[in-house]
Design a protein around this ligand. Structure first.
Ligand code: NDP
Length: 454
């Protein structure tokens, strides 16, 4: 039967009806799968071996989900019982790999979307890593270091049974940075009585890799640079809007400043700051220390520097810019935000966060001819350097900064190339969403076909 647009639409709708029925109440997971299935269905219809082996159905069902209670005691002696999950999605091409998130409104549906995306992202890096994601609805905000330590240790008492350097290697994500990874690794090492690279994002004194801290933000800017280079443009001199002020946003901002970009915004969950002059090294250093060391609020940047304005409860997408880097959280850039960016003449968007743009926003941006780098490609630098951290741990070596940063740059160039190979249209423009989804898919699907019905 001929593969017409109408047939593709019918098959996508049928597939999605089944997926929603099997996974009720998980809108973020449905959204992530829809975006991927729209790209893959024509490929699946043209290649019957994928359909006969039910590859799409198998790739949208996690290998397993582990759910457990984490009981811990706060500084006042009160007992808390939080919930934690590890979604081990797919290990066809390597051990499970993906971050842990601590956020008060985390749900299983969000972790399934993140684990699903991780499978494609990890495949795109070219490194042998499967996809997973995990975390807890524990809220670290306002908790003392000792409370965070007790929580992390309690969580690891259960999680350590399910992870290992050849099984599943967690890392950080929202709410999980160096402090949390250190507490969890310390407890893992004690329980397992082995010093191996079972977590990444570790401190430099105990097996961490140089550039891992900066890797996701730097990598997102490297990906943007590749998209721009292809159309004869450059980051230098471009006005940039960035959302977030966590790990990803901070190091995207630092790299943009280094490459001559003018970064006019940053944000947190309380609002955004606008600096029409553009953040310089001094303001960046203030912001880095504010967020990484003092765990303060973004409005303090406006209190400290004249000319910087804080907009409470708002997002930065109405500020005129050439380049946009949504780097906070999922669904933070909706269709009205996309319209505002387009009206202001935005040239390109690179997702530092996972799925920050809604499905409608992505379609709007693409239809307007905006270059759109989806998170599974644009933010793959973090997991890529995590992969390099695993290699260094296995070899018991520590590579210098230049070597890791250079390798990160190469990997982001290769990820971009794969997107072009699989996403270039007859008119020479690139659909990076289609390219990333197809390139990430093919390697995993081929491995699954080779294994037979497992
Ligand atoms: P952090 O916890 O370091 O920072 C998160 C930032 O987003 C903070 O500024 C936070 O503000 C803001 N934020 C969180 N939730 C919301 C919300 N509901 N509304 C508005 N702002 C919010 O996390 P990361 O920087 O590590 O992660 C950011 C994104 O990047 C996530 O989507 C993550 O999955 C993705 N990512 C991270 C990687 C990594 O290596 N860390 C790798 C690849 C992707 P506040 O401080 O007020 O909460």
């Amino acid at each position: 039967m001929e593969v017409t647009d109408q047939r593709v639409r019918q098959e996508v709708d049928k597939f999605m009806r089944g997926l929603v029925r099997r996974n009720p109440g998980e809108p973020e997971f449905h959204q992530a799968v829809l975006e991927v299935i729209e790209s893959l269905m024509p490929l699946a219809l043209e290649n019957p071996q994928y359909r006969e082996a039910r590859i799409l159905e198998r790739m949208t069902e996690p290998d397993r989900v582990i759910i457990f209670r984490v009981t811990w005691e706060d500084d006042a002696g009160r007992i808390h019982a939080d919930r934690a999950w590890r979604v081990q999605f797919n290990n066809a091409i390597g051990p499970y790999k993906g971050g842990l998130r601590f956020h008060h409104d985390l749900t299983l549906g969000v972790l399934k979307f993140l684990g699903f995306e991780q499978v494609f992202k990890n495949s795109l890096t070219g490194l042998p890593m499967g996809g997973a994601k995990g975390g807890s609805n524990f809220n670290p905000k306002g908790r003392s270091d000792r409370e965070v330590m007790r929580f992390c240790q309690s969580l690891m008492v259960e999680l350590h049974r399910h992870i290992g350097e050849d099984t599943d290697v967690p890392a950080g994500d929202i709410g999980v940075g160096g402090r949390e990874i250190s507490y969890m690794f310390g407890q893992y090492k004690r329980l397992a009585n082995r010093f191996v690279g079972t977590l990444t994002g570790k401190g430099l004194a105990f097996g961490g890799s140089l550039v891992r801290l900066e890797a996701t933000g730097y990598g997102t800017v490297y990906f943007m640079r590749e998209m721009l280079r292809r159309i004869g443009e450059d980051v230098d001199g471009k006005v940039c809007v960035v959302s977030g002020s966590g790990n990803v946003a901070l190091y995207a901002i630092e790299k943009l400043i280094e490459l001559g970009g003018k970064v006019v915004t940053a944000s947190d969950s309380e609002g955004f700051v606008h600096d029409p002059d553009g953040l310089d090294r001094d303001k960046f250093e203030f912001l880095r220390a504010l967020k990484e060391e003092r765990r303060g609020r973004i409005r303090e940047l406006a209190d400290a520097f004249s000319g910087v304005t804080f907009y409470p409860g708002a997002r930065p997408w109405g500020v005129a810019a050439d380049l946009a880097f949504p780097s906070a959280t999922q669904n933070e850039l909706g269709k009205d935000d996309a319209r505002a960016l387009i009206e202001n003449g935005v040239l390109a968007v690179a997702e530092g966060a996972n799925m920050p743009a809604t499905h409608e926003a992505v379609h709007k941006l693409k239809a307007a001819g905006v270059l759109f780098g989806p998170g599974k490609a644009a933010n793959a630098g973090g997991v890529a350097v995590s992969g390099l951290e695993q290699s260094q741990n296995a070899l018991r070596v520590s590579w210098p900064h230049e070597k890791v940063d250079q390798r990160l740059g190469e990997i982001m160039r290769e990820v971009h190339e794969k997107c072009v190979t699989y996403g270039e249209g007859p008119d020479g423009t690139v659909d990076y969403v289609r390219g990333a989804n197809r390139a990430g898919f093919v390697k995993v699907a081929e491995a699954m076909l080779a294994y037979g019905a497992v």
